[in-house]
Design a protein around this ligand. Sequence first.
Ligand code: IMP
Ligand code: ZN
Length: 347
Amino acid sequence: MDMYAFCSELPKIELHAHLNGSLSKSTMLQLKRHYADSSLDDKSNIFFDEFQIGAGDTRNLSNCFQVFGIAHALTSTPETLEIATKMTLQEFDDDGCCYIELRSTPRDTPHMTKKQYIDTIAQSMQKVSVHLPIMSRLIVSINRSHPISEAEIITDLAIEYHKKYPDVVVGLELSGEPTVGKFEDFVPCFTRAKESGLKITLHCGEVCNPEEIICMLNFKPDRIGHGTCIHPNHGGTENTWASLFKTKTPVEVCLTSNVNTKSAPDYASHHFKELYNAELPVILCTDDKGVFATSLSQEYRICAETFDLDQTQLARLALNACQFIFAQDLKKPLMSKILNFMDKYSL
Ligand code: IMP
Ligand code: ZN
């Protein structure tokens, strides 16, 4: 089987995908039609070309955060949020993803509250599970550039919904513009969430900030996202690298996202190499498949081509990812699924 077919067929695990960054062109067009049909003004003036940040785009990581407003204008009602969730899950399923932890930041809009926002995604996930094989869970996001008072409200909601839908809401995460806000200020929220049984993942080391990286790793999150500036070759220090090596915190790696936002100069110099060579736990993820015009199977293929991995090594990456999922009850069935696939192809 060629690498293209192999990467599509391999049962894959997605652990770092922001809902509003994952919207495809066809999903956005369908949402746009929905707004037109309901006589709602979507205010997006959508230019899909602007939403996508391709290779060689002149925008940097900071500019990239502006594009999410385009998606937000199209998911401001419970109906459109439901369509966005269902279509995104369908696309991941089509791409051979068997388990996804989708993450999203609850927002108050003129048409819904933060509570309705979480409720809508949670219920959409439950509906999808009836007719699609993909299994999905929700990680609630906190945006670090928003006030702490908002993070507190979101933490309360995440805890409430984890109790209400323990099989859907599994985690709390920190994301948003990495140069704004301090992790330290969010520690009480994440501590409360942890104590309530939610799993934690943090966008960590997207920019060089060794003190924050150490503070985050000391918090002992269940996973971190990106981990770009941790190794000394990539703007980290001996201490940040030693701390990651000691804690063995699993890293959600997003190759195309980092290259397209210029956090990594090119695929070959991506920090995946240092993490993989040090045998630290890594999970290949998409981050924002709509914005970065990628898919999970494409990320696996790029990884294989860039770092010269064979099919067995790729399948092991998917298999290892099962160790770090937040839905404890699904670890075994997902591992069996991937092991069966490996058996079938004698990997
Ligand atoms: P949402 O949470 O579903 O609305 O997805 C979009 C949001 O995810 C953005 O507004 C950011 O807060 C966050 N996000 C998406 N990609 C990144 C990233 O690469 N780094 C940090 N935050 C991100
Ligand atoms: Zn992200």
